[in-house]
Design a protein around this ligand. Structure first.
Ligand code: CA
Length: 274
């Protein structure tokens, strides 16, 4: 496989519309710590903006090594960088990833280890502009762009950063076993972490004043462990099976009184290609 360098530009069009949420109509948000909420408060409530992607520009750079020679023969390196902006909604956001891998090519079972760090900007609640990265549509498998395994069902690739390590062995040409460990943190505190998550008004804390809450108040959100097995049964038949556990970090623990249980999952998948 050859070395790869790519540069891409994406511009999006959609119909823009804003909807003021009924639940927050008439709520005084002028005391909110969030500049963005204060700016929206003048419209009579929190605003859910539809078609926020209208006019969004995304430019991406990628470079990755193929089969190297000499002293670096068993290494792989890759780097991604993305800048995103939308003047209509005062957005300026970024994302990036680096990957470094090494294969013990002469060892039994051909083990490999890959480290990756990926990060996606989140909105700084203290500025009127929008720094939140829009992940658009991405390939969400653990070997591609998902942030963690089980956690990727909670956090989209926005306002998160993750350190990931993958260990892989191949006991035979038909069998592959991969263990992935991921630590996930929020980039911005009190800033949305999930798709469609707006600021919410909480009357339960801070006395009688409405308190605007979004995202988490501590950066560590979860640790994921994911064990995956793949077997090529025949040319047309493939088996994959996995087990995963996601242990919540302090940021998630703080959102629910009484603690949050670990989230577990498993699957068996049989694929037949005609
Ligand atoms: Ca901001």
């Amino acid at each position: 496989m050859a070395n790869t360098v790519c540069l891409g530009l994406l511009k999006q069009r959609a119909t823009a519309r804003e909807v003021i949420t009924e639940a927050t109509k008439g709520v005084d948000l002028s005391e909110s710590p969030s500049e963005r909420v204060k700016a929206l408060a003048g419209k009579g409530g929190l605003v859910i903006a539809k078609a926020m992607r209208d006019g969004t520009n995304t430019v991406n750079f990628y470079a990755g090594t193929g089969k190297l020679k000499g002293a670096l023969e068993n290494w792989l390196f890759a780097i991604d960088g993305t800048y995103q902006w939308n003047n209509r909604i005062d957005q300026s956001a970024w994302a990036g990833r680096v990957q470094v891998g090494y294969t013990f090519a002469k060892a039994k079972w051909r083990p490999s280890i890959t480290y990756s760090f990926q990060t996606f900007s989140g909105d700084d609640p203290d500025t009127p502009g929008l720094e939140r990265f829009d992940p658009l549509f991405y390939e969400g498998s653990p070997s591609a762009w998902s942030t963690g395994s089980k956690s990727s069902m909670v956090f989209i690739n926005s306002n998160v950063r993750a350190h990931g390590v993958a260990f892989r062995v191949q006991p035979s040409p038909k069998d592959t076993l991969t263990l992935r460990l991921t630590r996930i943190d929020a980039n911005q505190l009190r800033s949305p972490l999930q798709f469609g998550q707006a600021e919410r008004v909480d009357f339960g804390t801070g006395g009688d004043l409405p308190n605007v809450v979004a995202g988490v108040t501590a950066s560590h959100v979860s640790d994921d462990i994911f064990l995956e097995y793949n077997r090529v049964i025949t040319r047309n038949l493939f088996l994959s099976a996995g087990a995963t556990i996601s242990e919540p970090g302090e940021g998630i623990e703080n959102t629910v009184p009484g603690g949050v249980p670990a989230w577990t999952g498993g699957y068996v998948n049989l694929v037949f290609n005609f």
